[in-house]
Structures are given as structure tokens and as C-alpha cells.
Design a protein around this ligand. Sequence first.
Ligand code: HAM
Length: 464
Amino acid sequence: MGRKPKNQTKIKEISKGMKQNKLIPRLRGMRDVLQDEYRYWELIVSKAKSIIDYYGFNKTEIPFIENLALYERSTGKQTDVVSKEMYTFVDKDNDKIAIRPEATPGLVRSYIEHGMFNLPIQPVKLYWIGHLLRREKPQAGRYRQFSQIDLEIFGEESSVADAQLILIACNLFKELQLNVEVQINSIGCKECRPDYIKKLTEYYKQRRTKSKLCEDCKKRLLKNPMRLLDCKEEGCEETKREAPQIIDHLCDSCRDHFVKVLEYLDELDVPYSLNPYLVRGLDYYNRTVFEFWPSDNKNEEQAENNQASEGEQDYNQQNRQGALGGGGRYDDLVEYMGGRPTPACGYALGVERMILKIKENNSLIAESGKPDIFVAQLGDIAKRKAMVFFEELRKRGYKASQNFVKDNLKAQLELANKLGVKMTLILGQKELMDGTILIRDMESGMQEVYDFKKVFEELDKRLK
Ligand code: HAM
């Protein structure tokens, strides 16, 4: 008798687990968004929507799955996202499918497929909010399922678009009370970049024997030399410090474009740091690239305390890996993907990373969904009246809470306390007969009787 095939053993194990009523846990790197976090999620999304709408962007939805080839061609076969992190499968029609690891390729496909270059209002400004999957090594701020707010502008060559996109993100960060540093660079275009890559490769080839490049960088040197600048290994960091910088090798039109982006940012009072090592990890970018790095007090102190370049490196590394968003221009992608030549630019912000930072820095926002009032009741008839009264509170826009399932007043007051409301309104048999209501101040514990008809007047006074 041979051994049982592996799959059968696995199936047996799973069904055994099910029979034993064992929990089948969630997959590694996947997260449930529970109520506490969801409040932040909604807050970020609602603030983002109102800002984005103001700048004339239109919401777009794209499918969760696309042809694998879409990402291979646009994001790039050699990128980490495509070569290591994408969830792919072959479906029953033998089609090779990928679950979206980023939104830009889908939005580009959608722009081309729906002939959006013909729309009466140009440039076409799209935004998308949704979930993505990347099979990364899970850690704080790096998940296998995460969400992004993604903005793209199609059909605009001017530096105004780059600057305005950055401004929109900074406006959102300000609203969320997040301190962010804009890291910016230009990586040139297909005219000027090849010459620079030649110089960069020569520099690395000369240094190869002296310094120790990591295994990945040895491959990068052959396949994608720009990514050498992105490496965080100690030996590679050291080598790149003296590497030629693309900014000194831009053609006139790329230089002019970049200078204008910076001038607009200066004019709009958006601070930025020029970062010659910022190249981004996706293949489609040209000219302006940027990232939003968190710069909270903790990190600033750390950077000050850690002397010299070692500390700076740590600081940079931490913030790079925890970037709240990133993007840039991709003027050649639409044509490369089968559309007309169409300059474009955009970026994506990571919602979970913003939530992490808000939670770290800011308690004020967590309070925003909290009720002011609790409605408590005692006795069956009072309960009915309280239910109607609660509806009235809702219609008039008061933030109120209740638990009409509980009959015990003490238990209701305990819940009101836990919710941290300012006051509890109590309706009992006596109040019903007298046409009154009790208002209990939860901080002082003082209770006062009010004419039921004047309750809203009193609430407004107390909530002012
Ligand atoms: P990206 O840099 O790959 O760019 O992702 C943008 C942001 O998404 C990151 O800065 C980060 O905040 C968040 N993010 C990425 N991976 C994870 C993860 N595993 N867990 C949590 N958050 C994550 C793009 O996706 C491009 N499509 C941006 C773009 C739009 N470029 C042009 N248009």
C-alpha cells in the first residue's frame, strides 16, 4: 500500500477540525476591521471624499480581478509586487487571473476601454477607494489585504497636475492632523534616463569589487539598475551615497518640468524634501516621483538624537517602509497599454497606515463618533415612550444611544457611563404621569426634573 496523497490528508485534517467544532482561523496577514478601527476608516474616507470632490475627481470602481498580463505589462514583471507578491490563479476557462495588487493598471485599462479621452471634460480625473491584496511578509503597517485611496489624472502634461495632486494629499493629512514629509525626486524620461542608467551602471561596476552589494542588488545591476538606489542593505546604502544622481542628468524638458513642480509647491506653501534616492518600486513611472513619509515628533526626536548618518539611515528606512502614500507621473503607460499617447500622474494613500498614525498621535478623532446622550427607561409604558423619544432625537440630529432591551436602571446607567455620554435622560412611570423627564449629569451625578415639552431647549443649552 502506498502513502496517502498529501491533499487527501489535508482534506481529512480540515474535516476533522470541522467535526470537532474547532475555529478555522483567518489567513496569515489578513485582518478583520472591527468597529473601533472602522470608525477611523470611515472618517478618513469621508474627509478624503469631500476634499477630492472639491478638486473635480470622479469616483470609479474597477474589478477585483484582472488578466494577469495587465499587471505583468504595466506594473512590471520584475517588480516585487508582480514577481513575489501577487495572488494569481488559473480559472476554469484556463485564463490566468490576478487579484489586484494595485489600482493604477485597472484604472488605465478602464480609461482606455471606455474611450475616456473623448469625454468632454479633460483632463480626466478619477479616484478609487478599495481593497488590494499583496502577499507580503506581514508586520505592523504591512498587511496582505489593505486599502488605498487612489487618485489619477489622465491627459495633463503640465506640472500643475503633479503639484495639485500633492497638495490634495497634504490637505487631507492636515485635516487628519498627521505630520507628513513630502519626499520628491525626478527620475527623468525615456530620453534622458538611458544615459543616466549607463553612468550609474558604470559606477556600480567599478565599485563592485570594493564594496559588497547584496544578492538582490547584483541582480538589479543587470535588470533594473535604478532600483539599486532603493536598497536598504548596509553595504548597498554605503555604495549608493556617492553614486551619480539623476537630477544632474535630466534633459532640459524634464528639468523644466521638475523645477515648475517645485515652484508650484513653494507657491502653495507645501514643504518638501528633495530625495535623490527615491525611485519607486513600480516600472511605469517617469519624471516626478514622490512619497509621503510620516514625520511625527517621535521620529523627529529620534533623528536628532541619533547622530550622524547611521541614525539618519534608520529614520529614513523606517519612514520609507511606513510611507503613507506614494506615486508619480507615468506619461508612457497609457500608450504602452494600448491607448493613445496620454500623459498621466497619480498616487495612492494607504488607509491602514493612516489609521495607525492617527491612533498613535491623535485621540481627538477617536472621540468623534461618541454619543452625547443616553436614553434610559423604567417600566413597560415608559419604554414605549422612550423608544419614540429616541427616534425624535435621531431626527433632530442629536448623538444619542440606548439599550431598550435592558429593564434594570442601574445596568442602563452603567452602560451610559461606559459610553462616556454627557447626560442620561430618564423616563419612568412617575415622569410619564407628571409630563416630565429626568436629566442626569453623568459627571456630577446631579439629577434634575424638567418639563418634557422643554427638554430639547435644555439639551441645546447643555450641549452648547
Ligand atoms: P505603492 O507605493 O505600492 O503605490 O502603494 C501606495 C501606498 O499604499 C503605500 O505608500 C502604503 O501606504 C500603502 N501600502 C502598500 N502596500 C501596503 C501593505 N502591504 N499594507 C498596508 N499598506 C500598504 C501604488 O500602489 C501605486 N499604484 C500608486 C500610484 C497611483 N502611482 C500612480 N498612481
